[in-house]
Structure formats: C-alpha cells, structure tokens
Design a binder for this molecule. Structure first.
Ligand code: TYD
Length: 197
C-alpha cells in the first residue's frame, strides 16, 4: 500500500507519519517512511537547492526539479519497497506539486497533468490531507526553525495551497482522507488508523 501525507506548512505531517510508523512497527508490519523532496542522494542535492532562500528559481525550473526528485524517489525507494511488499508512507508527493507549483506559483494544471501522464508516475492508494488554516500553520512552522524558501511566502500563497489541497480531495474522494489538523495529535492518529487499516 502506497500512502501520501499532505498539507500546508505546520499542519503536523511529521507527527502523524511518525505515529503511523510506530503503529505499524508494533504490529510487525513492514513499512518505509520517506519524504519529498530529498529521500535519495540526488534528491538531497535537489532539496538543498529548492529550499535555499538565496536561490532565484523560475516556476518551471522548480517544477522540473521537484519532478526529478520524484522520479528518482520512485525508482530508488518507493517502487522497490512496494515490490518487497512494504507499506510506503511518504511525507508529501504529487498533490504538493499541484498545490505549490500549480496554485502557489501559477503553473497551469494541464502542464502538471501532462508531466504526470508522460512520466507515468504512480498515484498513491490513499492520501491523508491534514487541513489547517495558514495562520495557525505558519505560526507553528515559524517557532520550529528559520523559514525556508516556501515557508517565507506570504499568506495568500499559503491560502492558495490550502484551497488546492481541498480541491484535490474533493475531486478524488476515494483516494483522500481529509482530517481537521487542529485536533489533538493522538486523536488525528487514531482517526487516520481507523480509516486506513
Ligand atoms: P520540508 O522542510 O520537507 O517541509 P514540510 O515540513 O512543510 O513538508 O520542505 C519541503 C518543501 O517543498 C515544502 O515547503 C513544500 C515543497 N514542495 C513543493 O513545493 N512541491 C512538491 O512537489 C513537494 C513534494 C514539496
């Protein structure tokens, strides 16, 4: 089973992903926790470029760098792990591209759709969307560490991301599980476990 976890900055993805890992570990179920961008050696280099506030990156360059990361991630981590029968949980995947590079940076959905179909990337079986208002999310994110190139964008940018994620969930009701991310972490974890397994 291939699961992605999505949402705006500060929505609690890492906490949920760790909780899911713990749950699977306790049940002796083989799993892999991974993330985008930056889960392979090529991906780590791409991630450092993508998150660096000093870099000027055009929207299309950013899109293609994200896709390069994803293709390498699929080849080296996601597909081999699924073939070994493991559950794969990725912290961000394709819906982040529609949100950040699409709704955020203004690249048309059809360009991203074309890339998805031309590269034949696989879609997750299930996607968990942790939905949260950007005011709350950015406040949480800013207490963690210095804001990166995406976190430093203005509130409108983050509002567009939220809407894009919610639209994707509305368009794909069989794939998405949408959760109110203002709830207690334990409650969120339990809710998601009940829906997933
Ligand atoms: P990260 O520090 O992992 O952020 P977070 O904890 O919010 O997931 O940085 C990943 C950043 O990359 C995040 O701001 C979202 C962005 N991103 C895109 O813009 N497009 C994408 O396709 C993906 C996968 C991530």
């Amino acid at each position: 089973m291939f699961i992605s976890v999505e949402g705006i900055e500060g929505c609690g993805k890492s906490t949920l992903v760790n909780g899911l890992g713990q749950h699977l570990h306790e049940r002796n179920i083989d799993y892999v926790i991974t993330k985008e961008p930056g889960s392979t050696s090529i991906g780590k280099i791409l991630r450092s470029i993508l998150l660096d506030k000093k870099q000027q990156i055009s929207p299309l360059t950013e899109l293609l760098l994200m896709f390069s990361d994803r293709l390498d991630h699929l080849d080296k981590v996601i597909k081999p792990s699924l073939e070994e029968g493991k559950i794969v949980i990725t912290d961000r995947y394709i819906d982040s591209t529609y949100a950040y590079q699409g709704a955020g940076r203004g690249i048309s959905k059809s360009i991203i759709d074309n890339l998805v179909s031309q590269t034949e990337i696989m879609l997750p079986d299930r996607t968990i969307l942790l939905d949260l208002s950007p005011e709350v999310g950015l406040k949480r994110a800013s207490t963690r560490n210095e804001l990166d190139r995406f976190e430093s964008e203005n509130i409108d940018f983050h509002e567009r991301l939220r809407k894009s994620f919610l639209d994707a969930a509305g368009d794909n009701p069989d794939r998405f599980i949408t959760v109110d991310a203002e709830q207690e972490p334990d409650k969120i974890l339990q809710l998601v476990i009940n829906k997933l397994f």
